[in-house]
Write a protein that binds this ligand. Structure first.
Ligand SMILES: [Zn+2]
Length: 140
């Protein structure tokens, strides 16, 4: 029997994202930050989009954010995901416009709302050594 979670796509780390994935394995949210202008950059890349320097280094952030936008997927088609499920765009607390994409694991799609406070959580991906930064509702 094939379980859906075993069919789920698994991320592959590259040079730019190595710090992000290594941090996730340690249950730390690590975001690239420019050593010259202190701008946070995500998704990871080699060059700062603000000052064009190549001095980005991984830095642990608070793991707090708010739901900026979301979309509820109703159609099947992505291996390992059973609809309906929500894909959230989270604006991280550290910088306006700094976004991460993921799922809010403890929130049914019908309860998703923009502006909802969330905190990072970590999901171990079955069948791999990858850990995925995900989100959970912030407890008041
Ligand atoms: Zn910069």
């Amino acid at each position: 029997m094939t379980r859906p979670e075993l069919c789920r796509p698994v991320p592959v780390a590259d040079d730019a994202s190595a710090a992000y994935w290594a941090g996730a394995r340690e249950h730390r949210l690590v975001i690239m930050r420019c050593g010259d202008c202190a701008f946070y950059v995500h998704p990871p890349r080699a060059v700062c989009p603000r000052c064009q320097q190549e001095t980005l280094v991984g830095e642990e952030v608070s793991g707090r954010g708010t739901i900026y936008s979301y979309h509820v997927m109703h159609l099947p088609g992505v291996p390992g995901f059973t609809p309906p499920y929500a894909v959230a765009v989270v604006e991280l607390a550290e910088q306006p416009g700094l976004f991460a994409v993921g799922n809010v694991l403890d929130c049914p799609p019908e309860e998703m709302a923009t502006g909802m406070a969330v905190r990072v959580t970590f999901e171990e991906l079955a069948g791999s050594d990858m850990t995925l930064p995900q989100w959970s509702r912030e407890q008041a």
